[in-house]
Design a binder for this molecule. Structure first.
Ligand SMILES: CC(C)(COP(=O)(O)OP(=O)(O)OC[C@H]1O[C@@H](n2cnc3c(N)ncnc32)[C@H](O)[C@@H]1OP(=O)(O)O)[C@@H](O)C(=O)NCCC(=O)NCCS
Length: 393
């Protein structure tokens, strides 16, 4: 058996994350394929040494593959005018879809099936709303309560079972906005966001190069007054949930040999990934299960990881997962979501794994330039957790 190759992360770009709203969303006049086009073309513009025709395949994560997102992996590539010889593959693992795409590409590189892959993700939660067309199999009721499957219900169940207080969740949301605002204002996202023309509130065109959901002045008092979003006596609100969002992201992965041959620079090497199934009614905990399994296999512990990018699907979930791992107790976190999380930055379901990976790469290139290990992890709807390890080369 031939030795495994090394896979390196050469680059990552994303659109801004915008509100998925027909009157207020900055991307409301765009389609999801147009956002993919923006990130694909930018990736090749920034990396002119790479001929798009030499890409072995493109993986594209999308949680809801219907309507405008039906086979968006193929249509997004073709509608970008990119070479037809390049194969495309849509990937659906709910929220970790783009991370699964990255893992598929990395494994193919390591096995020697190809040298250059694009792994991407897109979700337009306005044009293709969450759960659109979804039809649970009736027999699932033999194994779990279907009323406990929707995401909001799982966030409430996590808070209840793990004793997460509403105040602690609001602190997570507060610091998420503060950190995202600071990162935005100090230009930390400028290397990853591709400007795209959108519409402001009045309908005028403008260049969108900033995330729309970040609150400049989050207020704990305001949050405390908000009504529960998912059940009358619940503790989870719109403020402590990731909001409905639209955005795309793409990363360029190469074998280290190929990257060196083309003179590409890189900081991180793929250190392995683990997908882990979990009780769907507690889907948030799937990220902890995936992370523990991954680190165990690598002979590492959660404390050995220097930087975490954990999808803030809900504040209850981040707190439950980070406490379970023994890494963080309360916000502000020491090594998790240093530039803000999905509560502030948004969570376009199938895109987030590529956004988190891109941000981790940029954090480890700048603010955490002495960090050795980074982990990206996401919980996933219906119990699909996913975690990937990145190591400084
Ligand atoms: C929670 C949820 C139901 C709220 O949806 P919504 O009712 O459409 O609410 P919005 O997100 O538009 O927010 C409602 C209002 O609260 C406001 N709000 C949100 N966070 C706030 C905060 N921290 N402080 C003050 N106001 C806040 C919003 O700005 C909005 O008001 P506006 O329209 O005047 O700007 C929705 O965001 C949701 O389902 N999120 C979870 C998505 C999900 O499950 N993803 C997968 C995870 S696994």
């Amino acid at each position: 058996m031939a030795e495994l190759k090394e896979c390196v992360l050469v680059d990552g770009v994303r659109t801004a994350n915008c509100r998925a709203h027909p009157a207020k969303g900055w991307f409301r006049a765009l389609r999801p394929d147009e956002l993919l086009t923006a990130v694909y073309l930018e990736l090749f513009k920034r990396n002119p040494q790479v001929d798009p025709a030499d890409v072995e395949a493109v993986f594209c994560g999308t949680a809801n593959q219907t309507g405008m997102q039906n086979d968006i992996a193929r249509f997004g590539w073709l509608a970008s005018g990119l070479p037809v010889n390049v194969a495309t593959n849509g990937v659906n693992q709910q929220c970790p879809s783009a991370l699964a795409s990255i893992e598929h590409a990395a494994r193919a590189i390591m096995c020697g099936e190809g040298d250059t892959y694009v792994a991407s993700g897109v979700e337009d939660m306005m044009n293709v709303s969450m759960g659109m067309g979804m039809d649970f199999p009736p027999r699932i009721a033999n194994y779990c309560n279907p009323a406990e499957l929707p995401m909001g219900a799982t966030s409430e169940k996590t808070a209840e079972l793990k004793n997460i207080s509403r105040e602690d969740m609001e602190l997570v949301a507060y610091h998420s906005h503060i950190r995202a605002r600071e990162a935005r204002d100090s230009g930390k996202f400028s290397d990853e966001i591709v400007p795209v023309t959108g519409l402001d509130d009045e309908g005028n065109e403008f260049v969108v190069d900033k995330d729309q959901w970040i609150r400049d002045n989050p207020s704990l008092e305001q949050m405390a007054a908000m009504k529960p979003a998912f059940k009358p006596d619940g503790v989870v609100t719109a403020a402590t949930s990731s909001p409905l969002t639209t955005g795309a992201a793409a990363v360029l992965l190469m074998s280290r040999d190929k990257a060196d041959e083309l003179g590409m620079s890189y900081t991180l090497r793929y250190g392995g990934g683990v997908m882990h199934g979990y009780d769907p009614t507690l889907m948030g905990m799937s990220a902890a299960a995936a992370c523990n399994k991954l680190l165990d296999r690598k002979g590492l512990t959660p404390a050995d990881i220097d930087v975490y990018e954990m999808n803030e699907a809900f504040a209850s979930v981040v707190l439950a997962v980070m406490r379970e791992l023994g890494v963080e107790e309360n916000a502000p976190f020491e090594k998790t979501n240093l530039w803000g999380g999905a509560i502030a930055l948004g969570h376009p379901l199938g895109q987030s794994g590529a956004r988190l990976t891109t941000t981790l790469n940029n954090i480890m290139k700048t603010d955490a330039s002495d960090a050795q290990y980074g982990v990206v992890m996401l919980c996933g709807g219906f119990g699909n957790g996913n975690a990937a390890l990145w190591e400084r080369v």
